[in-house]
Every structure is written in structure tokens, then in C-alpha cells.
Design a protein around this ligand. Sequence first.
Ligand SMILES: [Zn+2]
Ligand SMILES: [Zn+2]
Length: 189
Amino acid sequence: MTAEAQCPVHQAPATDTCGRCGRFVCISCQRLRDRDVFCEECRQHVPDALPLKGWMMFSGLSLLLAPVTLVAALGQVWTLVRDAGLSSLLDTPEVDPVLRLAMLEIVGLAILTGLAAWTAPRFYARRRSAPALIQVFFLVTFLLGLWSRWQLTSRGLAVPPSQDASLVMAAVWLAAFRTSNDVARVFVR
Ligand SMILES: [Zn+2]
Ligand SMILES: [Zn+2]
């Protein structure tokens, strides 16, 4: 905060900026909510966050467990590629389509793992204030699941139930972020 910065309302030295409109606030008009600072006007427009409880605990849990489940999934795909023979991918011009699918899944899962590892700690450290990351996480989960499902069925392969479960979970959460006020007040700041 520079020495010249002043609160436009009170002509007093600014102590911070409003987290919503960005205006300078002074000690007499800054309003705090959790660790966020707002000006007097904006504070009235920011609803109090709802606590993470009830059925919404599942979302918090799924975020916490996401890196674990994704690492397990990566291990599974890696086993598949290793059993199929990674060297055959490099040697033969005609790549086994199942192997290619596995390779693409590895790339997708690596992105998803990175995203989950990035999102989950921020979600908790910043008092659940990473809603955009969470929505991106669920969107990537959904699109990857959809693509993978299509790849499997078009080859006449069985779709594992866990895959459909994660697809449904991602779809439900994406919809909930758009339609539920409760979800918005818990996760969107
Ligand atoms: Zn403001
Ligand atoms: Zn002021």
C-alpha cells in the first residue's frame, strides 16, 4: 500500500483494497469477512459463505481423494501399457488401437492428476475460494470420461462401472454449480 493511496470516502490513508470492486478502503470503512476485505457497499452484496457440511461434504471429500484415485488410475493404465509392450509402440508403424487409447488416457489422466493436485490444497488453504478450478476439474473429468467411454464402446470393449460413476459424479457437480444456491454459497466466493 503506497503512502499516497487514500480512501475516496473518508480521505484517510488507505489500509487495503476492496476484494470485490477494488476501491481503496480505510480503517473506518473496511469490512472483513473471514480473511477477505470489502468496502462498506460491497460487503452488503457479498452473502456469508455457508459451512461445508451435509451432503456437500462429499464434494470436499472427493476433492481430497482425487489425487489418490487418479494416481491409482494412472498406475492401472501404466500396467496396461507395460503388459502390451511399450517398445512395440516405437517399433511398429501400425500401432495397436487399444495401446494408443491407453497412451491417450495416460496423457488425459496426467492432466487430471495435476489439476486435482493443484486444486485440492488450494480449495482448503484458501477457505474454499477456488471455485473456478473446481469447476474446471469436474469439466475435465466429465469430458475425459465421455471420450474414454466412447472410445471403449466403439471398440466393443466393456466400460468399467467406476468410469460411469465418475462420469455421473462430474455431471451432477457441474449441474449443481449452475443451479443450486446452496452449492454456490458454499463454494463460490
Ligand atoms: Zn467494494
Ligand atoms: Zn474509508
